[in-house]
Design a protein around this ligand. Structure first.
Ligand SMILES: *Cc1c(COP(=O)(O)O)cnc(C)c1O
Length: 234
């Protein structure tokens, strides 16, 4: 095992250990949590090391980077998740490469995904990105806009809503992040009460390197972790 793989393997073990401790503290199990390793800061060598360390669900926030890495790393059993803003003119090239779009952030994008997925004869799992912190720089649905959109979504045949995703506000540290996560879970719980038929909202993708523990305590089922995986390498 080379140094890079050894370091990343240690980091993965540390993070998985923290996930296990956190779930145990709040009466959940680590199996309920999907670790999505975000690779936007690193190149193919680090991605290979991650896969060797057992991480195969990977996230990219830029479509071009996802395309490049998916092409270079075709030999690996990677399940790519798109986690950043996807422009509509990049949907066609992205869809065949991804298992899920976590960052479905507007009705127009989702309409385009539905249409192109139909042409490609695919059904694409998505999460609705919600701008839960209300920061103007963030993409995503306003919280109040989600419920009205669900009726429209129920008419789409080629996208499959699985849940909600958010990025906590940048200000305020872990306590403010926890409040954002709690609000996303409450929104999900409220939506579930009168969801159109066929819409499932089981997944909550929330929590990154700095705040995945509070996110899990507040109900996250997916945590998206980047920088903490690569510590000690640079
Ligand atoms: C970069 C990124 C992450 C990971 O961030 P870290 O703080 O490095 O763990 C998670 N989600 C999204 C959408 C990102 O762009």
């Amino acid at each position: 095992m080379n140094n890079l793989t050894a370091q990343i393997t240690r980091n993965v073990a540390d993070i998985r250990g923290r996930i296990a401790d956190t779930t145990a503290r709040c009466g959940r199990t680590a199996r309920e949590i999907t670790l999505v390793a975000v690779t936007k800061y690193v190149g193919p060598a680090e991605v290979r090391a991650l896969v060797e360390a057992g991480c195969t669900v990977l996230g990219e926030s830029r479509p071009q980077q996802l395309w490049e890495k998916a092409e270079l790393l075709q030999d690996l059993p990677i399940r790519w998740h798109m986690v950043g803003h996807l422009q509509r003119n990049k949907v066609r090239r992205t869809l065949p490469l991804v298992e899920m779009i976590q960052s479905a952030d507007s009705p127009r994008l989702i309409a385009a995904v539905d249409r192109i997925a139909g042409e490609l004869d695919r059904r694409v799992p998505i999460l609705l990105e919600v701008n839960i912190s209300g920061e103007s720089a963030k993409h995503g649905f306003e919280p109040e806009a989600v419920e009205p959109f669900l009726e429209e979504l129920a008419g789409y045949r080629n996208v499959e809503l699985r849940g909600l995703m958010c990025i906590a506000g940048l200000q305020g540290g872990p306590d403010a992040a926890r409040a954002d996560f709690a609000r996303l879970r409450q929104l999900r719980d409220r939506l579930r009460e009168n969801c159109p038929e066929g819409i499932v909202l089981d997944e909550l993708s929330m929590g990154m390197s700095a705040d995945y523990e509070p996110a899990i305590e507040e109900g996250a089922t997916m945590v998206r972790i980047g920088s903490a995986l690569f510590e000690g390498n640079r």
